[in-house]
Ligand binder design. Structure first.
Ligand SMILES: Nc1nc2c(ncn2[C@@H]2O[C@H](COP(=O)(O)OP(=O)(O)O)[C@@H](O)[C@H]2O)c(=O)[nH]1
Ligand SMILES: [Mg+2]
Length: 210
C-alpha cells in the first residue's frame, strides 16, 4: 500500500513490492503438476531443520554411494545419490539445514535457492516428531511454493519415549499432503516412505489444493 510520501526508490513503494513478489512467484505460477508417474529423471529433495535426520535418511535411501559437492559459489555441501523407488532409480538430494524459506544463514540461502531454481519433483520435509508444531511452519511455507510436499515425521522412537504419539492419518487429512511417521535410526517406516513417494506422484487425490 502506498503512503504517498515515499520517493520512488522507497523499498515499500508498490512498484518495488510488486517486483519482489513477481520474482519470488514467477517460477511457481506456471509450475507443472506432479508427473503422472515416477520416472528415472525424478528428483526428490530432503529438506528440513538441522539434526532432524535428513542425512541418515539420505543414507538409508541411497546407500553409501552419494556424492557431495559444494553449492555453486559457497562452501555449503549438497549431497546427491540414487535410490530405487517403485522399481525405478530416482535422484535424492540432501539439502543443508533450513528453518525457514526466509533465509538467515548461508545454508538456508542455498537450500532455498536450490528449491526455487532447480527442477524438483517432490520435496520430503523431514521434521522431528518431538517438535511437531514448531516444525510445521516450514511445511506450510513449502506448500506455498506449490512444490509437491511429503511430510516425514522422524525421531518417532524419541517422541514415543516422551509419550508423544503422532497420528499419521489425522495429520494427512488436516494438511492434505502425504505424511509418513518414521524412525530412521531404527529403520522404521522406510518402506512406507518409499511406497508413499511412489503413490504420491501417481495418486492425484493426495495432491493438496491450496
Ligand atoms: N533417536 C533417533 N536419532 C536419529 C533419528 N534419525 C536421525 N537420528 C540421529 O540424529 C542425529 C542427526 O541426524 P542427521 O541425519 O545428521 O540430521 P540432519 O542434520 O538433518 O542431516 C544423528 O546423530 C542421527 O543418528 C531417529 O529417527 N531417531
Ligand atoms: Mg545433514
Amino acid at each position: 500500500m502506498s503512503c504517498n510520501r515515499c520517493p520512488d526508490s522507497c523499498p515499500s513503494s508498490p512498484g518495488n513490492l510488486k517486483d519482489i513478489w513477481n520474482r519470488f512467484w514467477t517460477r511457481n505460477k506456471f509450475k507443472k503438476l506432479p508427473k503422472p508417474s515416477i520416472s528415472n529423471q525424478a528428483t526428490i529433495a530432503l529438506v528440513g531443520s538441522p539434526n532432524v535426520g535428513k542425512s541418515l535418511l539420505f543414507n538409508l535411501l541411497t546407500g553409501i554411494y552419494g556424492t557431495v559437492s559444494n553449492y555453486p559459489g559457497t562452501t555449503v555441501d549438497i549431497s546427491q545419490g540414487q535410490a530405487v523407488i517403485a522399481g525405478t532409480t530416482v535422484t535424492i538430494i540432501d539439502t543443508p539445514g533450513m528453518y525457514s524459506l526466509i533465509p538467515i544463514t548461508e545454508e538456508e540461502m542455498c537450500s532455498r535457492n536450490f528449491l526455487l531454481t532447480e527442477s524438483i519433483d517432490l520435496v520430503i520435509h523431514v521434521i522431528d516428531a518431538k517438535h511437531l508444531s514448531r516444525m510445521l511452519a516450514l511445511t506450510f511455507q513449502l506448500m506455498e511454493t506449490q512444490l509437491p510436499v511429503l511430510l516425514a515425521v522422524n525421531m518417532l522412537d524419541e517422541a514415543e519415549k516422551l509419550g508423544i504419539w503422532v497420528n499419521e492419518k489425522q495429520l494427512e487429512a488436516s494438511l492434505g499432503i502425504p505424511v509418513v511417521t518414521l524412525s530412521a535410526s531404527q529403520k522404521r517406516g522406510i518402506q512406507t516412505l518409499k511406497a508413499k513417494v511412489a503413490n504420491y506422484v501417481t495418486t492425484p487425490a493426495l495432491s493438496y489444493s491450496y
